[in-house]
Design a protein around this ligand. Structure first.
Ligand code: SAM
Ligand code: SF4
Ligand code: SF4
Length: 338
């Protein structure tokens, strides 16, 4: 089954699919799942609501048949979902899928890295916002020591993964960690990517004042390191990349706020209960699970996907203001899957 790739109203093809496999997480990062909202009594989805591996595989096959080539598995914390290596190997076998990656907070990598590698996964993004243990313990809301994540990153590299580290930078919170993190990962030859703090969901206390922009971070780095730009690998690559001169180590910036990249955004998102979203900042999505479980044929599901994509005009980050950030209703990041 091979169909034409749908193009949205801003002339963007569908190319990537981010699949959230769970809305649960063992961390409580304040910018994503603040403890006050995601407390002990928070109602996460019952298992029956989650897409099964069969359903995820079927949707992946349908998305791939219209041009999706890159898949990212995310959450919540994806490694909390049982049997992820099985899902990975099923997705890797889908015709047309060229690249599969997984984003994780890293806590459980020790237990799963080898099996994920055996299943064919090669690319991991590990999130880490500080080297300082005390600060990191506070940021993750669970007192987890940064030393544990550093150990897991080493383990993943030794296992054979290409690892990238994601650091969300918040003004007055972890700016002091920019240079130590850069120096540490430069020496390790692991790419560190600085992510601008975003107003995902409606609960994370975001304002422009709390964003540390790429320009600010770049200037700090450039005082110490000589950096040269690296060309993007493909159209729509989200990170702007630099190499530390004279080395193979790279650093990247995800400038979702200061230099938005909506015009080249080819990403679709699937929540863990099967809702299809066309933007990270969407409020409404399309219920694909209802079609799956209602007995719809592949052709029926495909035409729904194509119709939703062709109607897409999202460009939230291009249009962001303090007011939209505050007033627009949005889906939580842990649910829609980062
Ligand atoms: N739990 C996994 C993890 O943390 O890597 C995967 C899901 S998490 C939602 C995916 C990515 O989104 C992480 O790198 C996280 O740091 C990032 N993220 C979450 N909230 C964010 C925010 N408000 N601004 C920028 N990035 C954010
Ligand atoms: Fe969990 Fe990842 Fe969100 Fe942190 S960013 S709370 S690790 S889902
Ligand atoms: Fe894509 Fe929406 Fe982010 Fe723009 S705001 S880059 S359309 S996900």
């Amino acid at each position: 089954m091979n169909h034409q790739t749908p193009i949205d109203r801003l002339r963007r093809p569908i190319r990537d699919l981010r699949i959230s496999v769970t809305d649960r997480c063992n961390f409580r990062c304040s910018y994503c799942m603040p403890k006050e909202i995601f407390g002990d009594d928070f109602a996460f989805m019952p298992k029956s609501e989650l897409l099964t591996f069969e359903e995820i595989e079927r949707l992946t096959r349908l998305f791939a048949s219209i041009g999706v080539k890159k898949i990212r598995l995310t959450g919540g914390e994806p490694l909390l979902r049982k049997d992820m290596p099985t899902l990975v190997s099923r997705i890797m076998q889908v015709d047309g899928v060229e690249d599969v990656g997984l984003t994780t907070n890293g806590v459980m990598l020790g237990a799963h890295a080898q099996a994920l590698h055996d299943a064919g996964l090669r690319r991991l993004n590990v999130s880490l916002d500080a080297l300082d243990s005390e600060l990191f313990g506070r940021l993750n809301g669970r007192g987890v020591d940064s030393a544990l994540i550093l150990k897991q990153i080493d383990h993943a590299v030794e296992t054979g993964f290409e690892v990238k580290v994601n650091m969300v930078v918040q003004k007055g919170v972890n700016e002091s960690e920019i240079l130590p993190m850069a120096a540490y990962f430069k020496d390790k030859g692991v790419t560190l990517r600085f992510i601008e703090f975003m107003d995902v969901g409606n609960d994370n206390g975001w304002s422009f004042k709390r964003v540390v922009t790429k320009k600010e971070i770049y200037e700090r780095l450039a005082e110490i390191h000589e950096l040269e730009p690296v060309d993007p690998d493909y159209f729509g690559e989200v990170a702007s990349r630099y190499r530390y001169k004279g080395t193979q180590s790279e650093v990247g910036f995800i400038t979702s706020v200061s230099e938005s990249f909506c015009s080249s955004c080819t990403r679709a998102r699937l929540s863990s209960n099967g809702i299809f979203y066309t933007c990270l900042f969407a409020y409404k999505g399309f219920d694909l699970r209802a079609l799956l479980r209602g007995g719809a044929s592949d052709e029926e599901i495909l035409s729904a996907i194509v119709e939703v994509w062709e109607a897409r005009a999202d460009r939230y980050s291009d249009e962001r203001t303090e007011q939209t950030a505050r007033n627009r209703k949005k889906i939580n990041m842990s649910y829609i899957g980062g």
